[in-house]
Design a protein. Structure first.
Length: 129
């Protein structure tokens, strides 16, 4: 059976590594990118099941990335934000972000949200080891 794949996009290498470790422990297969150009390349090459991304990073606006990914692939998108900026949260939601979390945050609600977002046939596969 295919494991659930997640693309983690954040400009902070340490945060990407921490997210990778937590999600791999849950059985997810992780791809990562530090910017929007790399994220788009991974989307084209790997077709991950879920996008977990920082909304503000260098390069393409994170909201533009949300919009492009949602339009082209239609996958669930979870956005991470460092500050609770209501306008950016609104724009991210309108662009297609399915959930928004403020950093730092516990991984438990993120993992629960990811599992709820999975199509029925992939549910539970994220936790296989």
């Amino acid at each position: 059976m295919k494991k659930v794949t997640v693309l983690v996009v954040d400009s902070e290498c340490e945060l990407r590594a921490a997210l990778r470790l937590c999600l791999e422990r849950e059985g997810f297969v992780i791809f990562d990118a530090g910017n929007s150009a790399d994220a788009m390349a991974v989307m084209r090459d790997e077709h991950p099941d879920i996008l977990l991304m920082e909304i503000s990073f260098p390069g393409m606006d994170g909201i533009d990335l949300v919009e492009k990914v949602k339009l082209a692939w239609g996958i669930p998108i979870i956005a991470l934000m460092a500050r609770p900026e209501m306008e950016i949260m609104r724009r991210a939601s309108e662009a297609g972000a399915d959930a928004i979390f403020l950093k730092p945050c516990s991984m438990n609600p993120i993992i629960s949200t990811m599992k709820r977002m999975l199509p029925q046939e992939k549910e539970g596969k994220g936790q296989q080891n």
